[in-house]
Design a binder for this molecule. Structure first.
Ligand code: PEP
Ligand code: MG
Length: 748
């Protein structure tokens, strides 16, 4: 094989690009491209394999293998050398292919006489499109230059695929981003929505992957990198950064100034790529590495590099966050993941949200619930598939998103929405009815809130009060710490809207995944068990005091109810309570009105508090079980980790037994007890909690109707007997018996 020069590469890329302008079908173009590549690379074989579905690769064109194998030879992801390249996104270069681990002999291709094999992934910023292979009879490894040249060619093929150059008959040549695709993920928030895709981070479109003039492209990339460096330097120079933030940005800056990165991109340009395609090529390599690095710190750094590449692409293409596209009237947000603050910024205008990652216990999910926006999480791959404006159906109940659905799917879906609307109307009919079980037990149903937008639900849902007001949401939606007077006004507004119904304000619960943009990020190995909630409040009491003052002023002599998040021991409660009481004294000394009654409670979110001394239960005016956190610590299963979250059932006999113990301890001291985790809003879980003696439940407003409807139909004492009998038998979960009990009970 002759030595390849940059000139050879450039010539080949130009010819590939020019083939785009030629009229012709995708198949003809693919055939032509394989001939061109084999010819330019001096190999007997060049083959292109493309995905026909997420798991299957199909030989779509070849120069050198048997023509009858085209569209007949198929491989699963990971199968054979080609499948392995596709799975790992790492090239395979071998002098003796049959001796290579995992080699799969495909008789129909006639490849037995070709010994050397070089396969590289065809991918575009993490989106796997296929595999490009060259083979030759001579038994030899390909040189580094040759591997590199083939990677550059694969990059151009990826861009050509994206631009629709290879569209033809059959699934493997289907147009990208045109077909119906269903994503099966998980439920983040129930409900259904229909709308148009709005990408949180729109895809950058690279119109020309090949450099017309490498000198011009080199100047462009240098100029863009220069601008990128200035913007990172500006960030670093910002006054408000503290030491830790600076350290993080220093590492980021180091990458931006990395000579190696720029040099590699300049080499890509010399090989014939445009500046944009060069950035994407390096980004694809970073992403492939990212998936293989086990070390969390290194992964973070590679993520920085990925982020820089995105910024660079946006500088080069001028396609900023704002691509000029108009948000549709019925937007469904599609994102890899999103923080609670960003989601709040979009607010209620969203019809639905679909996340490629995410988890049901995250605060973004809680925000989606507060906003009653259907949310599907874990819809793997949707980021690469969805385009702005695509028609999309979000089925939050099933955790499914239908992208570009066919008419029959859309019709069935609309029927379902109509049925749900009817059910909501039925629930609305129960609004003013008290929740009294068949056996006469009165259950108090309250709602969780945190946004001003939640308040109309107080009337609409029939909630008897606000059992949990998450004050941190007001901190998360701002880009600087809110002032005391601003908060006082806001809390007063909430109390006004409650018209005398009780509102339990939870003091600031930050940390874990709730990170305030204007507070120093804590680099903690395990934030869920780290410096969060009341721990921050007690260590930095300024904010706790300020919140207490704001609440006292907001009450203007009315009754006030305050609770602290994440109390793990009595001493924490004593200190937090003392802070609040001191503020009451201070306000009184200033001649301001103090609350008519003041109730100070604790959230029970760590198992330790259930075993606190009697004095704690006597001191607390009320206790609210934060079931989301309590369950994660009871089972030691991260509420945000989809892999383990579902492993343990809320109706697990041990967990219900534990709840029963908390109920008894509170009963001994007549301490009011309620439950405000997400399980309170799930009808079956809710009636079991009620049967265990929890007679006050706080949930998202939309759940009040369904929960009340089931309570009205249930004999809670009989249900308790079923639960006790199951626990006595030693079952793991009482769910099967509970479902059986429900199926047998009369329906009205
Ligand atoms: C809980 O942990 O159950 C709770 C209500 O608090 P949050 O979900 O806000 O952590
Ligand atoms: Mg909690």
């Amino acid at each position: 094989m002759p030595d390849r020069s940059d000139n050879d590469s450039r010539k080949l890329l130009k010819r590939l690009r020019d083939s785009l302008a030629e009229p012709g079908q995708g198949q003809e173009r693919l055939d032509y491209v394989t001939t061109l590549i084999a010819d330019s690379m001096g190999t007997e074989v060049c083959s292109i394999y493309l995905f026909r579905d997420a798991e299957t690769l199909e030989l779509c064109a070849t120069e050198g293998l048997r023509a009858e194998a085209v569209h007949n030879t198929r491989l699963r992801l990971g199968e054979g050398l080609v499948g392995r390249v596709a799975r790992t996104a790492v090239p395979i270069n071998t002098a003796d292919a049959p001796a290579e681990k995992g080699f799969r002999f495909m008789a129909e291709t006639g490849e037995e006489c070709f010994s050397s094999f070089l396969g590289v992934p065809i991918q575009r910023v993490g989106e796997k499109l296929g595999v490009l292979v060259v083979q030759s009879k001579a038994s030899r490894e390909f040189s580094e230059d040759e591997v590199y040249a083939l990677e550059v060619v694969a990059m151009v093929l990826a861009e050509m695929t994206e631009l629709g150059a290879f569209i033809g008959d059959g699934a493997a040549l289907g147009a990208l981003h045109k077909q119906q695709v269903m994503f099966r993920g998980g439920t983040g928030q129930e409900g259904s929505a229909e709308g148009k895709v709005w990408l949180h981070e729109p895809r950058v479109v690279v119109a020309n992957p090949v450099a017309d003039d490498p000198e011009v492209e080199t100047l462009r990339i240098r100029d863009a990198v220069g601008k990128l460096r200035v913007s990172v330097d500006d960030l670093l120079a910002a006054q408000s950064l503290d030491k830790e933030q600076k350290q993080v940005l220093e590492a980021y800056r180091m990458f931006a100034h990395s000579r190696g990165w720029l040099r590699r991109m300049e080499e890509d340009i010399q090989a014939g790529l445009s500046a944009e395609a060069a950035v994407e090529k390096e980004q694809s390599t970073t992403r492939a590495r990212l998936s293989q690095v086990p070390d969390a710190y290194l992964r973070e750094r590679l993520n920085d590099l990925d982020d820089l590449a995105n910024r660079l692409l946006r500088i080069l293409t001028g396609q900023g966050q704002d691509t000029g596209a108009e948000m549709p009237d019925d937007p469904v947000l599609v994102a890899r993941n999103i923080g609670p603050a960003e989601l709040l910024e979009y607010g209620r205008k969203l019809r639905g949200v679909v996340l490629a990652e995410g988890s049901v216990g995250s605060h973004a999910a809680i925000v989606a619930r507060a906003l009653t926006i259907p949310l599907v999480i874990n819809a793997k791959g949707i980021i690469n598939e969805a385009l702005n404006g695509d028609h999309i159906l979000v089925d939050g109940d099933q955790g499914i998103a239908h992208l570009r659905p066919e008419a029959s799917v859309a019709t069935g879906f609309r029927d379902k929405i109509a049925m749900q609307t009817q059910a909501q109307q039925r629930y609305a009919g129960l609004r003013d009815k008290p929740a009294i079980s068949r056996d006469g037990q009165r259950i108090c149903l309250q709602m969780n809130a945190g946004l001003m937008a939640d308040l109309p639900s107080l009337e609409g849902s029939g909630a008897e009060g606000v059992g949990l007001f998450r004050t941190e949401l007001q901190f998360l939606i701002r880009n600087k710490m809110p002032k005391r007077d601003e908060l006082a006004k806001l809390y007063a507004y909430v109390m006004d809207a409650a018209h005398g119904r009780s509102v339990s304000f939870r003091t600031l619960d930050i940390g874990s995944d709730k990170v305030l943009p204007y507070m120093t990020p804590q680099d903690e190995p395990n934030p869920a068990m780290g410096w969060r909630a009341i721990r921050v409040g007690l260590d930095k009491p300024g904010v706790l005091r300020m919140q207490a003052q704001a609440l006292i002023r907001a009450a203007r002599g009315r009754p006030l109810s305050i609770m602290f998040p994440f109390i793990a021991e009595h001493a924490e409660f004593i200190s937090a309570r003392a802070h609040v009481l001191r503020q009451v004294e201070r306000e009184a000394a200033l001649g301001r009105p103090t609350p008519e009654t003041l109730e100070i409670g604790a959230m029970l979110e760590t198992p330790s508090l259930a075993f606190a001394p009697q004095a704690f239960f006597e001191m607390a005016d009320f206790i609210s079980i934060g079931g989301n956190d309590l369950k994660q610590f009871f089972f030691a299963a991260d509420r945000e980790n989809e892999r383990v979250r579902r492993r343990y059932d809320t109706l697990n006999a041990s967990f219900l037994g534990f709840i029963g113990q908390i109920v008894s301890r509170c009963a001994q001291t007549s301490t009011r007890l309620s439950f405000c985790g997400e399980d309170a809003g799930r009808p079956v879980e809710a009636i079991c909690l009620a049967a265990m003696g929890l007679h006050s439940l706080s949930m998202r407003p939309a759940s009040i109707g369904p929960v009340k409807s089931l309570i009205l139909r249930t004999d809670l004492a009989a249900l308790r007997k079923v639960i006790d009998a199951e626990c006595a038998k030693g079952v793991e979960s009482v769910r099967p018996a509970v479902m059986d009990f429900l199926a047998k009970q009369p329906n009205s």
